[in-house]
Write a protein that binds this ligand. Structure first.
Ligand code: ADP
Ligand code: MG
Length: 561
């Protein structure tokens, strides 16, 4: 293997030449224990940056990466360390386009399995993007030498142990979260919010904690204490029981903030986030209305009966679903993909899907209303299908009868008011009748046609790109994922795009149901890693099956048999 000194000579040799000459530096270069692999050389300074791996021996204490969870946590921690080293050591732009830019795909507030950094028995490896410097299309050899032979080795040093106390605290916090999450079901809970958690975020566009926020206080009646393997060993907080839970309270009293914290808490959060010890069932799915979306042959008949024009709602398709039909489809799709709990917020629900009160029942005859409102199905979801619901509902008391647990938010503090809600429900009949034609059954399993997932665009067989956390270009289609709120990281979205391709090429077809194909996809990711999704795998983060399913279900080209 050639040395970094050889690389340096090579760069000076090609200084001033056309950009194509950079192709000569592809390959592996070493200095002492460092191995620098230039895997891909960009074709020009404005193209996607070059891909470089930095590898050093793994000297982290075995303890910190001995289990899958610990390894993912340590990898995430070290990726953030590398990102800080880049900010410290890399001078940044040195010429045209992306010249001189060095980047690693480190995470945000969530800790996710990601490809940017890998730790195993032998090594610790960072996968970076590097913009090879040029002036116009002329190679800036000296600048490239500074980046590759000087900055990168200094950045690589952050792969070696350091800040070990922080690393340990980070790994232990993530492991604690996983332990909290994993014992929810056995304890009959869908979610847990630790005493003292900070739930509100800095702003609508920032996931950082709100400074000066009121810390979460557990209502005595919902207090549970869960054991965790690391300090503080026991964590007290609010357990949200399985079944039907209502979150009520005045406007601006923190209902949506609580629900948003729960929907994100399917993933662990970094120390200092405020939600480190907030944990939600990993199969909890946020559903909402999303008018205009596409729906493909979903049996929404439990919620929507005969539509005007006699359309069959047992296999309902639409290119432009309404608020209520989109929400019904989202619920059925979530259950089909394996949801164990639904999270709903009145702020993003279709009113006519949620309630139909006594007066409206009197005015609009049942025959003229296709919708069976959610209030008439929510108990069956739990009793027949074992799907829990956590519903934020400050605007209607019609749900009191349906609820197992009623939590009232007041001044950002929760209180258990189930008994009081029951008394009120007993004393004041709403006068409404339950309107259900037939019992709720588990959704029919659909078999998506793999050929309908078409990743080709123009002359390219596969063209998949990710514009933001909520937009994928899949072939000729722009896939809008703004309503898929539990996608938390753009790298997850990237992986979702690649996962759709894997579904098409490997897991669908031969009459595979969507649920089976999702199982197979997860098995692939467990066995072969996220790397198996793409040749360009350096910036992927693991999505849940639910977000993959949500993306598939929104593809306008999707056809199922
Ligand atoms: P609701 O859904 O009940 O109308 P929100 O959850 O939207 O209320 O919260 C209203 C506002 O209160 C938001 O701006 C939120 O950031 C803030 N907020 C929520 N919880 C807290 C808290 N614990 N401390 C301080 N501010 C909070
Ligand atoms: Mg709200």
């Amino acid at each position: 293997m050639a040395s970094l000194e050889d690389l340096s000579r090579e760069l000076l040799r090609i200084d001033g030449r056309g950009y194509k000459a950079y192709k000569d530096i592809a390959g592996r270069w070493t200095e002492d224990e460092l191995v620098l692999s230039i895997d891909h050389v960009q074709s020009d300074p404005f193209a996607a940056p070059s891909r470089v791996r930095l590898r050093l021996p793994n000297r982290w204490p075995t303890d910190l990466w001995s289990t899958r969870t610990r390894r993912i946590a340590l990898e995430d921690f070290v990726a953030r360390r590398v990102a800080r080293a880049i900010r410290r050591e890399a001078a940044g732009r040195r010429g045209s386009g992306k010249s001189g830019r060095v980047a690693i795909d480190a995470g945000g507030q969530e800790v996710l399995e990601r490809t940017a950094l890998a730790i195993d028995g032998e090594g610790a490896e960072a996968r970076l993007e590097v913009g090879l410097p040029a002036a116009g299309r002329r190679i800036l050899g000296r600048e490239a030498e500074a980046v590759l032979c000087d900055e990168l080795p200094r950045i690589a040093a952050s792969l070696l142990p350091g800040e070990e106390e922080e690393a340990t605290a980070f790994v232990e916090s993530v492991e604690n979260h996983e332990t909290l999450r994993d014992q929810l079901r056995a304890r009959g809970l869908v979610a847990f919010v630790a005493d003292g958690a900070i739930l509100p975020r800095e702003s609508g566009v920032s996931e950082r904690p709100l400074r000066g926020a009121v810390a979460f206080r557990t209502p005595e009646a919902l207090r549970v204490e869960l054991a965790v393997p690391n300090p503080p060993y026991r964590i007290a907080g609010m357990g949200v029981p399985t079944g039907v839970t209502l979150v009520v309270g005045g406007g601006y009293h923190g209902k949506s903030t609580l629900l948003r914290a729960l929907q994100r808490a399917v993933h662990p959060h970094v120390p200092g986030d405020g939600r480190e010890a907030v944990a939600t069932d990993p199969d909890a799915v946020k559903v909402r209305a999303e008018d205009g979306r596409r729906v493909e042959r979903v049996d929404i008949s439990p919620f929507i009966g005969e539509l005007p024009g006699g359309r069959d709602t047992r296999a309902f398709s639409s290119d432009d679903a309404s608020g209520s039909t989109s929400q019904a489809a989202a619920i059925v799709e979530a259950i089909e993909a394996g949801a164990r709990a639904l999270l709903l917020d009145e702020d993003t629900c279709a009113t006519n899907f949620m309630i139909r009160d006594a007066r409206m029942q009197a005015l609009v005859a049942r025959e003229d209303e296709p919708i069976t409102p959610f209030v008439d199905r929510v108990r069956e979801l739990w009793e027949s299908l074992a799907v829990s619901t956590i519903l934020v509902m400050g605007g209607s008391g019609d749900y009191f009868e349906a609820a197992d647990t009623v939590i009232a938010m007041r001044g950002w503090e929760p209180d258990l008011v189930t008994e009081r809600a029951r008394e009120i429900a007993g004393a004041r009949d709403t006068g409404r009748r339950r309107e259900v034609a037939s019992p709720l059954a588990a959704p029919r399993r659909r078999c998506p046609d793999p050929r309908s997932l078409d990743p080709s665009r123009g002359r390219r067989d596969v063209k998949i790109d990710t514009r933001s956390v909520s937009e994928i270009g899949f072939g000729a289609e722009r896939l809008d994922l703004r309503a898929v709120e539990q996608l938390v990281d753009r790298s997850q979205t990237r992986a979702v795009g690649r996962a759709l391709l894997a579904l098409r090429e490997r897991h669908l077809g031969a009459a595979a149901t969507l649920a089976d194909a999702l199982d197979a996809l997860e098995a692939q990711l467990d066995a072969d890693g996220l790397e198996s999704l793409s040749r360009h795998w350096m910036d992927l983060a693991r999505p849940r099956r639910h977000e993959v399913a949500a993306a598939l279900n929104r593809l306008r080209s999707l056809r199922v048999s």
